[in-house]
Design a protein. Structure first.
Length: 96
């Protein structure tokens, strides 16, 4: 299996992970400060959603990269591929 080679996609995924990391630190602070469990749970749910979203984004980027490589230099085909994968990403985002 290959890794992501597109800098834009890789940066997007890294930024998403850094945001989730910040959210996790915030949750730790909330627990240390004795915040109500319902507030902590709400933030945990937000982090889970952020990580799920990042996973879907990474998967779609990988699919686009690999399928695009297999298709070769076909601008019309790549445009159609991008459109389909955008729809896949939207659909997968609604799973939860």
């Amino acid at each position: 299996m290959s890794n992501l080679i597109d800098d834009k996609s890789r940066n997007d995924i890294m930024n998403r992970l850094k945001r989730a990391e910040g959210q996790l630190r915030g949750i730790q602070r909330m627990i240390e400060e004795g915040q109500p469990c319902i507030d902590v749970a709400s933030q945990m749910a937000a982090v889970r959603k952020a990580l799920d979203s990042t996973y879907v984004r990474m998967t779609v980027c990988y699919m686009e990269q690999e399928l695009g490589t297999k298709m070769g230099d076909n601008p019309k085909g790549r445009k159609q591929l991008t459109e389909v994968l955008d729809e896949v990403q939207t659909m997968l985002g609604k799973v939860r």
